[in-house]
Write a protein that binds this ligand. Structure first.
Ligand code: GRF
Length: 203
């Protein structure tokens, strides 16, 4: 399978997926990494791995619609089977989301449906939650609202800070994101009208 990864920052999730395409654990390859920010370290990771690293700076576009149109064009020039959002800090237009229906993943640092949006670690702490975690989901038009594919959780310790929680959840992200991509590349996942199926069974 052909995978395109979209990033805005460090790209540690990109790295985790990249590593598993290299070992053969994922039956696919990353054919391009696209960033909307010139300073994203993930672009360097892509270059070091010999993967096409492309910058599409949203500041060069008049509005979200024209940026997303250019983004779709760039992504589609790589004919991907799967598009992976890995810390891509842009809200996508409904047109783009619909265009990649059933083949667009995101990872979110909370146990969805809890804490959509930003500052998830602090919000979990403030709420006095006993556990926190991360979710890989199919992207639909509702922000952070698409059907969940896989989640991982950690118990929240008594002396926990947003920083310590962020670090522990990040480590979990690196385990579940490659797993979801692996399943997709084996044709084990599908997005249906009622949710996600794994090997034909509802999740
Ligand atoms: C992760 O926390 C992810 O959950 C969120 O953006 C961050 C990306 O981190 N959507 P990295 O760039 O993969 O290190």
């Amino acid at each position: 399978k052909r995978i395109v990864v979209l990033i805005s920052g460090s790209g540690s999730n990109l790295q985790a997926i990249l590593d598993q395409t290299r070992t053969g654990q994922i039956n696919g390859s990353i054919v391009a990494v696209i960033s909307n920010r010139p300073d994203a370290y993930g672009l360097t990771r892509a270059e070091q791995a010999g993967v096409d690293a492309r910058l599409l700076d949203h500041k060069q576009f008049a509005d979200r619609e024209s940026f997303d149109q250019a983004l779709v064009e760039l992504i589609d020039s790589y004919s991907p089977d799967l598009v992976v959002l890995a810390g891509f800090m842009r809200i996508l237009t409904p047109e783009l989301v619909r265009h990649y229906h059933g083949r667009l993943f995101n990872i979110h640092p909370s146990l969805l449906p809890k804490y959509k949006g930003l500052n998830t670690h602090q919000r979990a702490l403030d709420a006095g939650d006993e556990a926190h975690g991360c979710s890989v989901h199919f992207v639909t038009e509702e922000l952070d609202g698409g059907p969940v594919i896989v989640q991982a959780s950690v118990p929240i310790a008594a002396d926990e800070t947003a920083d310590s929680l962020q670090q522990r959840v990040h480590a979990l992200e690196h385990r579940i994101y490659p797993l979801a991509v692996e399943w997709f590349c084996l044709n084990r996942l599908a997005l249906t009208d009622t949710g996600v199926t794994l090997d034909g069974e509802p999740l």
